[in-house]
Design a protein around this ligand. Sequence first.
Ligand code: AMP
Ligand code: MG
Length: 501
Amino acid sequence: MNSPETLPAQRLRLAELRITNRFATLPGDFYTQLASTPLPSPYLVCGSEHAAGLVGLDPGEFAHPEFIAAFSGNSTLSGSSPLAAVYSGHQFGVWAGQLGDGRAILLGEALAPAEPMGTLELQLKGSGKTPYSRMGDGRAVLRSSIREFLCSEAMAALGIPTSRALCVIGSDMRVMREMPETTAVVTRMAQSFVRFGSFEHWFYKDRKTELQILADYVIANSYPELQGAARPYHALLAEVTRRTAALVAQWQAAGFMHGVLNTDNMSILGLTLDYGPYGFMEAYDPAHICNHTDSHGRYSYRMQPRIAEWNCYALGQALLPLIGETDDVYDALSVFKPAFESSMQRLWQAKLGFGSSLEGDAALIDQLFALMAASRVDFPYFFRHLSSVKTNATHQDETLRDLFIDRSAFDAWQSDYRQRLTLENSDDAERKQAMDRVNPKYVLRNYLAQLAIDKAQNKDFSEVKILLDVLQKPYDEQPEHEKYAALPPDWAAGIEVSCSS
Ligand code: AMP
Ligand code: MG
């Protein structure tokens, strides 16, 4: 997993941020230039110091009226040329045609010294209608903005590639969802917001020139190492496929479910993108569907790897005119399975405290998941506590066995597991340390997000801030925040999250 972020020494005032917009140098058909719609009486809900640090911004700026004006969309940062990008996509497996930034405005990119690519794009989400809004109102509600903000920062702290979130700015303005809700604007950051659907857009319009312009743009700005490749578009597809496979393996290991894995929500950089009705696995059920709107479970936990691969095929189809031969497309896509399987194996191994895999481990892992599913065992709680198992103990670990209905079946598994641990070179203390670095103690459970949202809807943003702080150190013991690591209360099972946002 990534090492924890350290805040850089640089502390820029907002006015000192150097903003440019490379995307705006693409031909006009790729976007519409327009300003955000003003947000009435905006106020700060929360800012992420870590995200600010990525562009060297002083978090002391958060409370300044200029900051709130800029990230509510009420003023334009110097150097920014705001625009909404067009893209298309497959939604729930069906070609949906043109979509685009229906409620997002790309401001441009800022210099990001800590970012391998050197810049991060800043994008407002919920900042008003664009030509791509279709039936939507261009807004995002406070509830979904807080969920996106917290999860972006939580995923980054877990070491999972993701777009980041700088801040949430709220307003008392209401929009209609299932009921009237207050709105907010969340500022996202990523090296690029180009999606698989950005390529599908030009493919389905039969516009090979634009397809190539986009591919060259992505290679030059995000994959410069591929510029000299003999077959750059083949190499691009293979690399995106590899990153996507590695990403979805990390999701599975974290129990993260995206909820809407449409091709327009798939990042060309292999980042987790577009947080909507996502969820973290709690009571383990491989068929779990986190999105209440997904009635057929296309995007259930166990389907995610297959869907991610399906989405890579959709990208491969879109890149076919550039790659030339169908066989070459298949060749690039063949990267998915081995990349996913090797990442997945490595991640499960690490979660179980195995230094390397041995024959028989696959059976041990399968048995564990069958037992966990039968008892709907809490996924993060179980893995975090697994590091306490002692190799040579004479009694079974009570905290763990109490999670299972069939305790004797779990006792048998635990005996086999201990037996397997005797083959490890590390002692119990070393293994515990290593396991605690990959099995988070603090996870953004739906009910924790909901409690923070309930308070925020009453203008108390303290819980959002506490949760952000807790989730920024997910692998650490935080004794003062023990309650955030507890098993969820019974009412948590009743929470439903849908596409409404
Ligand atoms: P999503 O399912 O959130 O990824 O959104 C799919 C498409 O619908 C994207 O093009 C979004 O920009 C657009 N969209 C979603 N909600 C809204 C909204 N409230 N107003 C305008 N466009 C929206
Ligand atoms: Mg989307």
